[in-house]
Design a protein around this ligand. Structure first.
Ligand SMILES: Cc1cc2nc3c(=O)[nH]c(=O)nc-3n(C[C@H](O)[C@H](O)[C@H](O)COP(=O)(O)O)c2cc1C
Length: 330
């Protein structure tokens, strides 16, 4: 009888827990949905910050194209036309006071200079650039492998400034180097030290290509990657609905540390988003046999860097632009 009562009590408390988790999850996801619909840039392109983000995405595509290993002239003509429209419209509405927008013009000029000998005309781009003679062509750094990794043992400011994603790969990275980089990356902090990050190393060209086909952000360089690190985070470490983003927060912190660790070990790598539709996420879990309780956070394409390569400039905002001081301390 006592055993029966204990069992019923346990069932009731499990049911209560599930019901309260369900309620909280509904509240949390409703909140996320409202935040997304009210603020996501793509839904509010009339706002200055959203219009600027759209421009950055456009120039980033061209900047990547300018530095690609298998670059074919004439690439990105649609993006050029779209970017000219976006910058023109931005300038009309807000002026040119944002350095990212000015940088977009510099990237367009670099694109045009690269296509100096191109047989087809670019009348709209030429007219646009003629109207902005003060903006010079942006420069995408050309580096040697030795120079790129030279700050390995420098103080942190120089080391951090020397890290960039690399989209040029020319050889394989030994497994033990990856293992040591992962070990170094494990110095990353995590909430309550729960350490949810996991790393799946894809060392098979067939799996790599099928994974990249689901991801969609590696055109022109993915086929050269030696290995792909799939960083996941274990959902089992999440305790309640208010922690719903924790896999991605902890996983993201781990990824950044892994980038520094790979850079320190001289491994060229490119971070790759995992912003995919649920069907692609499910397909990747199945393809790579990743347990359902692991959320895919990000991919890292890795390889040996070639002797020389180009890096996308990707300039940063000033810190004054992103800091808001609250309170009146010194
Ligand atoms: C979350 C995230 C997702 C990214 N996804 C891609 C991607 O799919 N393809 C790509 O070529 N680069 C991708 N990148 C690389 C960024 O374009 C790059 O980090 C950014 O332009 C800054 O350049 P840097 O890392 O060289 O400083 C991604 C970076 C981050 C942080």
């Amino acid at each position: 009888m006592i055993e029966w009562m204990k069992m019923i009590k346990r069932m009731v408390s499990a049911w209560r827990l599930r019901a309260s988790q369900k309620r909280d999850a509904m509240e949390a996801f409703r909140y996320d949905r409202a935040q997304f619909l009210a603020n996501a840039g793509a839904l509010h392109l009339d706002r200055k910050a959203a219009a600027c983000a759209e421009i950055v995405m456009g120039y980033h595509v061209l900047e990547k194209g300018l530095t690609m290993p298998h670059r074919r002239l004439g690439f990105g003509k649609g993006t050029v036309a779209h970017l000219v429209n976006l910058v023109t419209s931005f300038e009309k509405r807000f002026g040119l006071d944002d350095f990212q927008v000015v940088h977009a013009i510099g990237v367009l000029r670099a694109y045009r200079e690269l296509h100096r000998e191109w047989p087809e005309p670019f009348p709209r781009l030429d007219a646009f650039l003629a109207a902005h003679p003060e903006v010079l062509a942006s420069v995408q750094p050309h580096v040697t492998r030795a120079g790129f990794f030279a700050a390995k043992d420098s103080p942190f400011p120089q080391f951090a400034a020397s890290r960039h994603v690399v989209r040029h790969f020319a050889g394989s990275v030994p497994k033990d180097v990856i293992a040591r980089a992962v070990e170094l990356a494990m110095t990353a902090p995590s909430a309550c030290n729960r350490q949810p990050a996991r790393v799946h190393v894809i060392d098979d060209p067939g799996l790599r290509d099928r994974l990249f086909a689901l991801q969609g952000g590696t055109r022109g360089f993915g086929q050269d990657a030696d290995k792909v690190l799939v960083v996941t985070a274990d959902f089992s470490s999440v305790r309640w609905a208010w922690e719903r983003h924790d896999c991605y927060v902890n996983g993201g912190i781990f990824v950044m540390n892994l980038c520094y660790a790979l850079h320190w070990h001289g491994v060229a790598h490119c971070i790759l988003h995992w912003s995919v539709a649920p069907a692609a996420d499910r397909a990747a879990h199945e393809l790579l046999d990743i347990p359902a309780n692991e959320a895919i956070v990000q991919l890292l394409a890795c390889g040996q860097a070639p002797e020389e390569f180009d890096v996308a400039a990707s300039p940063r905002r000033s810190s004054a632009e992103i800091i808001t001081w609250h309170g009146g301390g010194r």
